[in-house]
Design a protein around this ligand. Structure first.
Ligand code: NAP
Length: 288
């Protein structure tokens, strides 16, 4: 196996890529995930007039487009006409019906990006016309601040140029990484659902800091800054987390007392169980 085959392509936030100013996007479903994806594309260089949004009603399309600084399409057909990229941001149970409905309207050279969890490339390709390019994208919500992660799964007929275009669109997401459909379940545990687990842990830490006597805004800023700083320290230094943890642990000191309590309370196994449950649910949604 060559090094390039063994190492998945990743897109760092500052990656140089194709010029996106003329790329036309149709976003069908600008909700909790479609919205942040649209913002990521705009931050990557897509122009507002080239990002056409369609929701389930005209009023909803206009509201979403105004919030995003994009353009509300007059109709689904208007959005799809001449689109280079079509993002399907509806719920998983809707996506195959939607794919069937739009199959005749899709420009042949357009690449379709599905955000739907648990719906395979094969199922989406089957609902679309033969030869239509499809990419599955599995983002997490921190992409909305450029600090998220997106797993990209490449369909069977995606060209290298389309693959490069999709990476360029997600370049401002944080990190965009190529994964296989087998890896997506682990990806959901380690990134897609992980942001929610992080929010719960941060909430618990903040609540305890308040119980210990700090005002809530101070507690929130200390916890968030320390969690962010700990992650940045590991990223920038490449240090193993256990080594970083040992660096805070004086013999008989405060940290080791806290760490012993953390292990007794089963935090490590609780985190592992949450990630495993998310990955297992992802497998079940895919019918595995
Ligand atoms: N939320 C996450 O963290 C997350 C993470 C990874 C992947 N995903 C995936 O992202 C997809 C969307 O999830 P979500 O959480 O963003 O759902 P959501 O907030 O409910 O958004 C769904 C959007 O689809 C629109 N819509 C529904 N039916 C439509 C139709 N017939 N034509 C055009 N637009 C239609 C809705 O518009 P109205 O508001 O007008 O009804 C809404 O804007 C799902 O497939 C999910 O698996 C979500």
């Amino acid at each position: 196996m060559t090094e390039s085959a063994a190492t998945p392509q990743t897109t760092p936030a500052d990656a140089q890529g194709p010029d996106l100013s003329g790329v036309r996007i149709a976003l069908i479903g600008a909700g909790n995930m479609g919205g942040p994806v649209a913002r990521t594309f705009l931050s990557a260089g897509v122009r507002a007039e080239n990002l056409q949004v369609v929701n389930s009603s005209a009023a909803s399309s206009e509201r979403a487009a105004a919030e995003l600084g994009a353009t509300a399409a007059g109709s689904r057909g208007d959005a799809l006409e001449g689109a280079d990229v079509v993002v399907l941001g509806v719920k998983p149970y809707q996506i195959l019906d939607l794919a069937s409905e739009v199959r005749e309207q899709l420009p042949a050279g357009a690449v379709v990006i599905s955000l739907a969890a648990g719906v395979t490339l094969a199922a989406i390709e089957q609902a679309l016309a033969d030869g239509q390019s499809v990419v599955r994208a599995m983002p997490n919500t921190p992409i909305s601040v450029g600090e998220g992660a997106v797993g990209l799964m490449r369909g069977s007929v995606v060209t290298d140029e389309q693959h490069e275009l999709v990476h360029a669109l997600f370049a401002g997401a944080g990190v965009a990484v190529d994964i296989t459909e087998e890896q997506v379940h682990a990806f959901i545990g380690a990134a897609g659902s992980l942001s929610a687990f992080a929010f719960v842990i941060i909430e618990a830490m903040t609540d305890e800091a308040v119980r210990l006597g700090l005002k809530r805004d101070l507690a929130a800023s200390l916890v968030q800054q320390t969690m962010r700083g700990a992650a940045t320290m590991l990223t920038e230094s490449g240090t193993h987390p256990a080594v970083a943890k040992n660096g805070v642990s004086s013999p008989g000191g405060t940290t080791v007392q806290g760490l012993a309590a953390l292990e007794r309370e089963g935090v490590r196994s609780g985190v592992a169980a949450a990630m495993a449950a998310a990955a297992q649910k992802s497998r079940e949604m895919t019918g595995e």
